[in-house]
Unconditional design. Structure first.
Length: 274
């Protein structure tokens, strides 16, 4: 039985691990071929380890195990030229691009910041400018193809309410994730005439390397003057698995949601209505 995305090509950022890898696997399960991009190096202001080239290679292996094609490249989403080159390499080999999942993001919240301004700038650069760049490098090709498409931007519960904390990273995180909603709505309007749908997904805490084992983030969460108790779910579950978000993404990029565009979709265990 063919999947809901048979014959489609998905461009996914932050694909080496965490939610990005989960999205790549889930969309491949539905028949999509994958263009996978990740930075695969550290960022000075980020206090936890980012993905590695070995992580990206593992994503490749997992997608290929599903008998789908994948083109993987290292690129910083803040570097539009490098991101465009990655997209073009994949689209040329795989036959275009139908789906964009702008997933790459950082959460460098910590109890004590060495350079508040630098952390803020990096969060905005990756989480907001990076999403803009991701859509920009893909949209002209998608329009020219004339076959429509779907774009999903990863925001957060912090894109719905202020939950980021008082640090430069926390303020930047909330601002960037709210900004993603503005990008989503604007692109939904701009691309509708080309039958390209644009939506955002808003997860609560997810069990990924960015969250689990991140001692800096744990310190920020424990500090009542920083993030305190601003992040707690309504439903009786502490943290979601990446697959829960991937299921939402898979629906948003499929024909099952063909008339859904401009929508903020929380997958948040009720956090944002508390």
């Amino acid at each position: 039985m063919s999947g809901t995305l048979e014959g489609k090509v998905a461009f996914i950022t932050g694909a080496a691990r965490g939610q990005g890898r989960s999205h790549a696997i889930r969309l491949a399960e539905e028949g999509a071929d994958i263009i996978a991009v990740d930075i695969c190096r550290s960022i000075e202001t980020v206090p936890y380890s980012l993905a590695t080239e070995d992580d990206l290679a593992e994503t490749v292996a997992l997608v290929e195990k599903l008998d789908r094609r994948i083109v993987a490249r290292t690129a910083d989403v803040r570097d539009k030229k490098a991101l465009s080159a990655a997209l073009e390499a994949g689209a040329t080999e795989l036959g275009g691009v139908d789906i964009v999942v702008a997933n790459a993001g950082i959460a460098p919240q910590q109890a004590h910041e060495r350079d508040r301004d630098a952390v803020f700038a990096d969060v905005i650069g990756v989480n907001l400018v990076g999403v803009f760049n991701t859509v920009e490098v893909a949209r002209e090709r998608m329009i020219a193809q004339g076959r429509g498409g779907s774009i999903v931007m990863t925001s957060s519960t912090a894109g719905i309410k202020a939950v980021g904390g008082s640090s430069g990273a926390g303020i930047g995180y909330t601002a960037s994730k709210h900004g993603v909603v503005g990008l989503m709505r604007q692109y939904a309007v701009l691309l509708a005439e080309h039958n390209i749908r644009v939506n955002s997904v808003h997860p609560t805490g997810v069990s990924t390397p960015m969250v689990v084992g991140n001692t800096a983030l744990a310190g920020a969460l424990a500090d009542p003057t920083n993030m305190g108790n601003s992040i707690s779910n309504l439903l009786p579950i502490d943290i979601l698995e990446p697959e829960e978000i991937s299921n939402a993404v898979a629906w948003l990029v499929s024909d099952e949601s063909r008339y859904v565009t401009g929508v903020m979709l929380p997958v948040d265990a009720g956090l944002t209505i508390k």
